[in-house]
Design a protein around this ligand. Sequence first.
Ligand code: ACM
Ligand code: ZN
Length: 534
Amino acid sequence: MKNFLVSAFLALTVSAAMAAPSIIPWPKTLTETMEAGKPAKPFVLKWGCTVGGDAAFAGEIKSFREALFPATGIWLKVTEATPDIRFVRDTAQPKEGYALTVTEKGVEIRASEPAGAFYAVQTLRQLLPPDVYRSAPVRAAWEIPAVTIADAPRYAWRGIMFDPARGFIPVPELKRQIDAMAAHKLNVLHWHLTDDQGWRIEIKRYPRLTAVGATRPCTPRPFARTQMDGEPQPPLFYTQDEIREVVAYAAARHVTVVPEIEMPGHALAVIRAYPELACSDQPDLTPRWGVNKEIFCAGNPKTYELLEGVLDEVVELFPSSYIHVGGDEAPKTRWNACPKCKAKMAELGCKDMHQLQTRFTEHFARYLAAKGRNLIGWDEILEGGLPKGAAIMSWRGTKGGIIAAKAGHKVVMTPKPFCYVDYRQQVPNDPYEYIPNNTPNPIWKTYELDPDAGLPEEAKPFILGLQGNLWAEYIRSGEDMDWKLWPRACAIAEIGWTPQAARDWEHFRARVSGPGLERLCRMGLRPAPVPEKK
Ligand code: ACM
Ligand code: ZN
């Protein structure tokens, strides 16, 4: 027994000393420096260590110092002369990429632009013990293993979609998620701001959008999607100041916020505020989850006027090159029976109502293009033919994305069977799973996605990247949001960043279920455990 304890203790101390780096997402290349068959001595971060380098990275150096201080109590001293941690501008480094060298004597970060330096810092933090993410001082050996890393992302779009239209997300909760996203090199926050159950963005020209559209007369009961609870909700929305605050907070962490304004479907919140925009005189205004037949009338000039007015303010608030206009789940029931829509269809020479949706989308693609922006929409916008100039978000599988990429359209892959992170994660006795028989999508399934699969070589460059979607019909708190999103967002991050050939489920599982979860907990999140692969 004694021998067993001694050897178990030795095994523990040895494995702690030689703990393998467990960075998420895994870098493109990483070499651990060895000396006489053993890991070379680490760099030890301690009081008095210095930092400095190219002025282009002043923001990254500042945020690095601020990130280290709370847990370590170390304020890195800024110096111009041979700092211990040196940031070097190197135009040979790829976009968002960096080179990182750690020796016993110091750390060198090379990057061509601030995003690369920022990602090098995220890697450096993950090379430290997970306790470095704590918000209060903790005693630990702040050692960074001796490594050489050359890194750059596989894709430019590594996104997560949040759905405050269904379950409102207060600004501090969003900031928490942005911090965790940035720590994992996720760089797009798709903000689903409007839907049948609520309009969440202040528009100065149309105050009723929030005065009425941000309220909710009733909400579906948890287990019966069509039964309403009869409890009205007060207006819940983001003011324009709050939106600017979130956009700036995200930008400082190299996260782009892409807003979504749904059209022509999922428009019930607008129709409650402006009933004249419906096709029918007596629209059914019950905000059930799922697909609603009351959509914007495509034959009414006022629809175009309102949506253009909204987009005018949206582009002022959001500097993103892409603006999402929804386009999913727009049944043509009302259009088929509407004299105005039928007249519009005839005027534009459309052969059916799907083509009318394509023309409708093209109208807003042109409107946004005139303002220097690109339109992106869900894959239904392909149904009436590919709208000129539109990018596609492929959610009903990868098929729509493959068609669009082959035709030269930009694509973000977000197929339901892999990327819907509100689905059941197959954690035993899951306390946050309220829906019987909810579709399963455990983390190991998410990890299996290869966004390029099935594409010919020449179409691959059109894949912008991928995104996890966190729909919020059944999210009831910030903790619930953490649980559903993390650690599945770690899988999204690794698919988006790491070369396909360098990805391996067992390697990922070991990293994410150990230090990966520990880091998330130290950040103050409540991640789910990693379920067994079945
Ligand atoms: C979607 O899930 N309706 C895009
Ligand atoms: Zn109509």
